[in-house]
Design a protein around this ligand. Structure first.
Ligand code: NAD
Length: 595
C-alpha cells in the first residue's frame, strides 16, 4: 500500500474489536482507527467514561487514543518518583522542582501531545469507504437451528458485515478476518487475510500488547503476500518481527480453533483425573503440581474445577467437531466431542454431589453460590458453568439460591436469570427463589451450603500458592529507565506508566495517570443512562468504572452464619479445607475425597 496505512476500520466493537482497535490505535498514533458497530448503545459507551467492558489497562489505552493526550515530560532516571517526573507536578510546585539540578533537567525526556486517533461511531458508510484496512470482529456463535445446529458456526453476523464491506469499501482495501471461523471466503474482489485473535478475557490488553504470536493467513498470490506485508507493518510498531507468523489461510484459521481445543482438552483431562482422585483418595491439586512440573507437560491449564465456560472454548471445539464430521472423519469428531462431554460430566457431578450430601433433597434449603462469571478476573458471564449448576439445583426445588459475585453486575445476572424461565419448568417463581446479593455475608445468612463456582481471590481462605501450586507467578514490573532514545515509543511510555502505577499503589485508587498525560473524558449528558442507578444494566462483558477489587472474605464471619450442618463445596480449588474443617465446616472439594 503506497504511503502506508492511514485509515483502519473495525467492524464490531465487542470484547475483541474494542480492545484490539484500542491497542492498534495506541501503538500507531499516525493511523486513524474507526470502530463501527450496529449496537448504538455499545458505541455510546465506548465514547463515554463508561466503557462497555472491563479489562485491566483498557481504560488508559482508550483514553490516550480516543481523547488524545497532553504534552508531558519525565526524568530519564530509574527510581525517580511520580511527582518529580511530571510536568504537571512542576507546574503546581514550581519552587520544589525549581531547576534544583541542571543535570536533572538535561536528563528530562519530553513527550509531545497526541491527537485523538481512535473513534467509535455507528456510521458505517463513511468509515468503510475511507479505510485502507478493514478488520471484521463480529460474533460467530454456534448455530442453534438448521443444518449443523449445535456445532456449525453461525455466519449471519459475519456475512452481514462482509456484505456491508462489499458495498462501501474502496478498491484495493484489505479485509482482515478477526472473527473466529473456518474457511469462509466472502465472494468479493478484495484481498482477504485471516488474522485470528488469541486474547483471553480478563487479560485481553496484556495479551494484545505482548502477544506470543500474531498469525497472518494469506493467499499464495502476490496480492495476498502484499496484503500480509501491509498488515505486518501495522503490528510491527510494537510486536517483534519473529512473533509475526505468516501462513496460508487454512492453517491460520485451523491454528486458532486447535489452540482453544487443546486448552479445553487439558482442562477436561485434569477434570477426568479429579473424578478418579475422589474415588481413590488422591489429591488432584498435588497430582497437577507434580505432573505440571515436567517441562514437557507444563503447569498451565491443569487446574481441576467445575469445567470451562466462556464464549470461545466450547464454540471452537464444536467447530472442530463439525469440520471433522463434514470431512467424514467421524472418529476425529468423536474424539474432540468427548472433551465437551467430559466438561458437562464434571459440572453435573458437582451439582449431584451437592444434592447427595444434602440428603438428596434441597426442598426448604438455601444454597449460596460464590461466583457467577465464567472465570475470575472478568465480568463476562457468557456460557458460565454457574448458570448450568443453578439450572440443575432448581430442579430440586430449593427455598432459595443466593448469588454473590464480586465482579459481575447484579443487573446483568438478574437479566440472565430471567432468561432461565424459558428453559426451566419449575413451578415456583424464579425471582422468589434466586436472589442476587452485593454483600457476601448476607448471601450466606441461614444458608445450608456455600458453593464456590469461580476462582476469585476474594473467596480464598489462605494464600493461593499453598493450595493451588499450579498457578502462574505474577510478573514483577521493572523501571524501564534510562531509555536509550530521547523519543520513546508509545510502548516504552506505557511500560513506564505501568511501572509507576505498580510502585505507587495509591494510584490504583485515585490516580490512574502518574505521567499526567490524560485529558478529562467527555462529560456525560444529563440523562446518561449509565450514570444513574440503572447503570450498566445491559453490559455483556462488564463495567469498567464499576469494578473495585474487593477484600478477601472473612470465613470466620461466614461460618457462624451458615445453617447446620455447615457445608462448603469448593468447585474451584480455592479453599484450604483443613482450616475450615477445624471451625466446624464440612468441606467437599473437586478432586479430593469427600466425607
Ligand atoms: P462480541 O459479541 O463481544 O462482539 C461482537 C460485536 O459485533 C457486537 O458488539 C455486535 O453488535 C457487533 N456486530 C454483530 N454483527 C454486526 C454487523 N453486521 N455490523 C456491525 N457490528 C456487528 O464478540 P467478541 O467476543 O468480540 O468476538 C468476536 C469474534 O472474535 C468472534 O468470532 C469470537 O469467536 C472471536 N474471539 C473472541 C475472543 C474472546 O475472548 N471473546 C477471543 C478470541 C477470538
Amino acid at each position: 500500500m503506497e504511503g502506508g496505512v492511514r485509515n483502519i476500520c473495525f467492524i464490531g466493537a465487542g470484547c475483541v474489536g474494542g480492545p484490539a482497535a484500542a491497542v492498534i490505535a495506541y501503538q500507531n498514533p499516525q493511523i486513524r482507527v474507526v470502530v463501527v458497530d450496529q449496537d448504538k448503545s455499545r458505541i455510546r459507551r465506548w465514547r463515554s467514561a463508561h466503557l462497555p467492558l472491563y479489562e485491566p489497562g483498557l481504560d488508559y489505552l482508550v483514553r490516550v487514543s480516543r481523547d488524545g493526550s497532553r504534552e508531558f515530560s519525565f526524568l530519564n532516571q530509574p527510581g525517580t518518583t511520580i511527582s518529580s517526573s511530571t510536568t504537571a507536578a512542576c507546574e503546581s510546585n514550581p519552587l520544589q522542582q525549581d531547576i534544583r539540578d541542571e543535570e536533572q533537567q538535561n536528563n528530562r525526556i519530553a513527550v509531545q501531545a497526541r491527537h485523538p486517533n481512535l473513534l467509535f461511531t455507528p456510521k458505517f458508510e463513511k468509515s468503510i469507504k475511507e479505510a485502507d484496512v478493514i478488520f471484521v470482529a463480529v460474533n460467530t456463535p454456534t448455530k442453534l437451528k438448521g443444518i449443523g445446529a449445535g456445532s456449525a458456526t453461525d455466519m449471519t453476523a459475519f456475512e452481514a458485515a462482509t456484505n456491508t464491506v462489499a458495498r462501501y469499501a474502496k478498491p484495493g482495501a484489505i479485509i482482515v478476518e478477526k472473527s473466529t471461523m473456518l474457511m469462509h471466503r466472502p465472494s468479493f474482489g478484495f484481498e482477504v487475510l485471516s488474522n485470528p485473535e488469541f486474547l483471553a478475557t480478563g487479560t485481553a490488553v496484556n495479551d494484545l500488547l505482548h502477544p506470543s504470536r500474531v498469525l497472518i493467513g494469506h493467499s499464495k498470490l502476490p496480492s495476498g503476500r502484499r496484503a500480509a506485508h501491509t498488515l505486518r507493518s501495522i503490528y510491527a510498531s510494537w510486536v517483534p518481527n519473529d512473533r509475526i507468523i505468516t501462513t496460508d489461510v487454512w492453517s491460520s484459521e485451523l491454528s486458532k480453533i486447535v489452540a482453544n481445543s487443546l486448552l479445553a482438552q487439558r482442562i477436561s483431562s485434569i477434570n477426568s483425573v479429579s473424578a478418579i482422585c475422589e474415588k481413590v483418595g488422591a489429591d488432584v491439586y498435588e497430582v497437577a503440581a507434580c505432573v505440571g512440573s515436567d517441562p514437557r507437560i507444563g503447569d498451565k491449564y491443569l487446574q481441576a474445577g467445575i469445567g470451562f465456560g466462556g464464549s470461545c472454548l466450547k464454540k471452537d471445539l464444536l467447530s472442530l467437531v463439525y469440520l471433522a464430521e463434514s470431512l467424514q472423519l467421524d472418529e476425529v469428531g468423536d474424539y474432540w466431542r468427548q472433551v465437551i462431554k467430559m466438561n458437562e460430566f464434571q459440572r453435573d457431578r458437582f451439582s449431584k454431589r451437592v444434592v447427595r450430601c444434602l440428603n438428596n433433597t434441597l426442598v426448604g434449603k438455601k444454597i449460596t453460590l460464590f461466583g457467577y462469571t465464567f472465570k475470575a478476573g472478568t465480568s463476562d458471564t457468557r456460557d458460565s458453568p454457574a448458570l448450568e449448576i443453578i439450572k440443575s439445583l432448581l430442579e430440586e426445588n430449593p427455598r432459595e439460591i443466593a448469588i454473590f459475585d464480586p465482579l459481575c453486575n447484579p443487573a446483568l445476572i438478574r437479566e440472565e436469570i430471567e432468561g432461565l424461565r424459558k428453559t426451566c419448568d419449575t413451578n415456583l417463581g424464579l425471582v422468589e427463589i434466586i436472589k442476587i446479593y452485593d454483600n457476601p455475608y448476607k448471601a450466606c445468612a441461614a444458608s445450608n451450603a456455600v458453593l464456590i463456582t469461580t476462582e476469585c481471590e476474594e473467596f480464598q481462605n489462605t494464600s493461593v500458592e499453598t493450595n493451588r501450586p499450579a498457578t502462574a507467578p505474577k510478573n514483577e514490573l521493572v523501571d524501564p529507565r534510562p531509555l536509550s532514545t530521547p523519543k520513546p515509543t508509545e510502548q516504552e511510555v506505557l511500560r513506564l506508566h505501568q511501572f509507576l502505577m505498580s510502585v505507587n499503589p495509591s494510584s490504583n485508587l485515585g490516580d490512574s495517570d502518574p505521567l499526567r498525560r490524560l485529558i478529562r473524558p467527555p462529560p456525560c449528558a444529563n440523562d446518561c443512562p449509565d450514570c444513574g442507578p440503572q447503570a450498566h444494566a445491559r453490559s455483556r462483558c462488564g463495567d469498567s468504572d464499576n469494578y473495585r477489587s474487593k477484600n478477601r472474605l472473612d470465613w470466620s464471619k461466614i461460618v457462624p452464619l451458615l445453617a447446620m450442618p455447615k457445608w462448603v463445596f469448593d468447585g474451584k480449588g480455592v479453599i484450604e479445607p483443613n482450616s475450615l474443617i477445624e471451625i466446624g465446616v464440612k468441606v467437599e472439594s473437586i478432586g479430593r475425597q469427600g466425607i
